[in-house]
Write a protein that binds this ligand. Structure first.
Ligand SMILES: [Zn+2]
Length: 236
């Protein structure tokens, strides 16, 4: 390295370390790989994975990225699957920050302006047992880090789950759709929903039945357009 480059790098480094807000942010919120927990160099990297985990993440092929009004970014595999599992079942709500920011890269955001950003809600009993609702946290962090353009209003209580549906895991596509029929109703007054363009967030989509049921409830309440967006899609 020539001396010029070296001193330039040093100057850059001292500039970045001298910014107290950045230093504080790094100390308080060190960025870690959501796959393995390794400390990352960048404070808020677009892909929150270390160099070992990043190649294991599987971006969805074009044909699987957006289907029937529901977009997703990555396959339900590898380090991102592990991160979402720990977010949901491992009591690690802090993972919602980097995973929610990751949703900021979805092409659906550019189809705005969106009026409302809403999560698929957990049933109250399940949210109480877990202590938080992971899709609501993902929507919150996506909202906080909204990348560009007019930011929609965050509407965490737009939908209500009418009953605790049976776990979807063991059901086939038709059974899932039946399990979820009328599982959601719009909770917000009709005036808040009528004519609005709504982006609906969930962590994982498999057959799309959950997001489809949420979209149907919002369309029934008069929404102009509802697009579902999940971080991961389980491939058949
Ligand atoms: Zn890692």
């Amino acid at each position: 390295m020539s001396q010029g480059t070296c001193s330039k790098k040093l100057a850059q480094r001292s500039r970045s370390t001298a910014d107290p807000a950045r230093v504080l942010a790094r100390l308080l919120l060190p960025a870690t790989c959501v796959g393995c927990g390794l400390l990352l160099r960048e404070a808020a990297p677009p892909l929150p994975l270390c160099t070992a985990c990043a190649p294991e993440a599987v971006p969805l092929p074009a044909a699987a990225r957006a289907q029937d009004g529901i977009g997703a970014l990555f396959a339900y595999e590898g380090p991102l699957r592990s991160a979402v599992t720990r977010l949901k079942f491992g009591g690690q709500p802090a993972l919602a920050g980097p995973l929610g920011r990751l949703l900021g890269g979805a092409p659906e955001l550019e189809r705005g302006p969106w009026d409302l950003l809403a999560p698929i809600p957990l049933h109250r009993s399940r949210a109480l047992a877990r202590g938080y609702d992971q899709a609501a946290l993902l929507a919150l962090w996506l909202h906080r880090s909204w990348p560009a353009g007019p930011r929609p209003r965050l509407a965490p209580r737009l939908l209500r789950r009418t009953r605790a549906t049976a776990p979807q895991t063991d059901l086939d596509r038709r059974a899932r759709a039946k399990n979820l029929r009328r599982a959601f109703v719009a909770r917000a007054p009709k005036e808040a929903i009528a004519g609005r363009r709504i982006l609906l967030i969930d962590d994982v989509t498999t057959t799309g039945a959950t997001l489809a049921a949420g979209r149907a409830a919002l369309y029934a309440a008069g929404a102009a357009e509802v697009v579902g967006l999940a971080l991961l899609r389980a491939l058949p």
